[in-house]
Write a protein that binds this ligand. Sequence first.
Ligand SMILES: C[S@@+](CC[C@H](N)C(=O)[O-])C[C@H]1O[C@@H](n2cnc3c(N)ncnc32)[C@H](O)[C@@H]1O
Length: 277
Amino acid sequence: MTKQNQTRKPAKRFNLDIVRREWDIASNAYAHAQLNGLDYYRLNFFGPAMIDACADVKGLEVLDVGCGIGYFSRQMAEKGASKVVGIDISPNQLAHARQIEEKERQGIEYIEGDAATVIESVPETSFDLVTACVSLVDMPDPERVIRGARRVLRDGGRLVFTNTHPLTDTMSREWVRDAEGKKLGLQIADYFDETPFTLTWMSDRYKYRFQTTGNNHTLQRWMRWVIQAGFIIEDFIEPVATDEAIAQHPGLDDTRIVPTFLIIVARKDERVKPRTD
Ligand SMILES: C[S@@+](CC[C@H](N)C(=O)[O-])C[C@H]1O[C@@H](n2cnc3c(N)ncnc32)[C@H](O)[C@@H]1O
């Protein structure tokens, strides 16, 4: 049995400056992979699953936190949202998003800043849907963003987010393979270790290697943050790649061995109040 190289290490620091700097550096490679169809995990797997989880967005006002180069913001506009606002801390990520908006006008507004702070300046009850596509996991204070999301949502509005799955996105994780290199299972450890880690993106899908720092908290932590913020969890999805997606990109077959992403759909009900316990 062989094991893949370790690409994670405990982070020296995890703060807004680091996050901004790392995503600024990552941005060209990240955008290149997305815009040239190389990021097939997103384009053929968790992206479509996240879009499905948002259901009908026609006429909705959507706030997309940690929008990056605007992938999910554009999806929401394309599916008929009447207004889409994206927030991201990385000027370079937003430069790509704005460039695309210039070329293919969808009326998306992009705001630069820390989502946790910006969301607190957004008028109360002014959106129907808050989305976060693999971004809360990269934010130093996701709980504050989740609480902020409830505040900006109208009664009955939803928070829908996807993250890499906390059970398998741990500091220590190694694919266990057979002699031919076929993935057999994933060995994980340190599940309860909530130290932020720096991940080196080594795949040849990216033009150059880059590093980003994030913190995948335990599943319990994510669920409690959502519940304590005053949301009702309406759906919890562990997507697997479709047969069609796997036929196109055989690498996606690992999504059927262990859960790789989760999607949470949480609804605001005015009668359910935030708690601090
Ligand atoms: C993995 S990328 C996801 C981007 C986009 N949602 C997508 O699906 O491509 C994470 C993004 O979160 C942004 N981010 C991290 N911390 C942030 C914060 N505190 N406020 C706003 N954006 C943040 C990063 O700059 C980066 O663009």
